[in-house]
Design a protein around this ligand. Structure first.
Ligand code: HEM
Length: 128
C-alpha cells in the first residue's frame, strides 16, 4: 500500500481502474461505443484530470461533464463506476489523497447524475 504522490501513481490508478471498466459487463460497451480505438488518448486525458485534482499540477483543461450529457447512463451505471473506482483505490493506495480521490469521484458522479436527469426531464441540451 502506498500513498498517491506522483504522476506514476496516478497512471497506475487510472490504468488499473479502466482495465476493470473495460471488462465490466455493465460499463464496457458504453465506454467502448464512444472511445472505440482511442483508449490511449482517453487514458492520457484521465491522467491529466486526476493529476490536476490530486497533485495540484494543472495539466487538464477541459469540460468534464460534456461527454456524459447524452450517454445512456443512469444510477446503476454510476454505482458500478464508483464501486470499481473505490475498489481500485483500496487495493492500491492509502492516505489522505486516496480518501480525497474517492470523495471527489463520488461528488462528481452525484453531480453528473443530477445534470443528466435535469437535461433528460427538460429534453434540452446543456450549453457545455
Ligand atoms: C457510468 C459513469 C461514467 C461513464 C459511462 C463515463 C463515460 C465517459 C466517456 C464515454 C467519456 C468520453 C471519452 C472520449 O470521448 O474519448 C468520458 C470522459 C470523461 N469522464 Fe467519464 N464516465 C462516467 C463517469 C465519470 C465520473 C464519475 C467522472 C469524474 C470523477 C468522469 C470523468 C470524466 C472526464 C474528466 C472525462 C474527459 C472529459 C473531456 O473530454 O475533457 N466520468 N467518460
Amino acid at each position: 500500500m502506498k500513498k498517491i504522490l506522483s504522476i506514476a501513481d496516478i497512471k497506475l490508478l487510472v490504468d488499473t481502474f479502466y482495465d476493470k471498466v473495460r471488462e465490466d459487463e455493465l460499463l464496457a460497451y458504453i465506454f467502448n461505443g464512444v472511445i472505440k480505438d482511442k483508449w490511449p488518448q482517453h487514458l492520457e486525458k484521465m491522467y491529466r484530470f486526476w493529476q490536476t485534482i490530486l497533485l495540484g499540477e494543472h495539466t487538464y483543461y477541459g469540460s468534464p461533464f460534456a461527454p456524459h450529457a447524452h450517454l445512456p447512463i443512469e444510477a446503476k451505471h454510476f454505482e458500478r463506476w464508483i464501486e470499481l473506482f473505490y475498489s481500485t483505490i483500496d487495493e492500491l493506495f492509502e492516505g489522505e489523497k486516496a480518501t480525497e480521490a474517492k470523495w471527489r469521484a463520488q461528488k462528481m458522479a452525484e453531480m453528473f447524475m443530477l445534470k443528466i436527469e435535469y437535461y433528460k426531464e427538460r429534453d434540452s441540451k446543456p450549453l457545455l
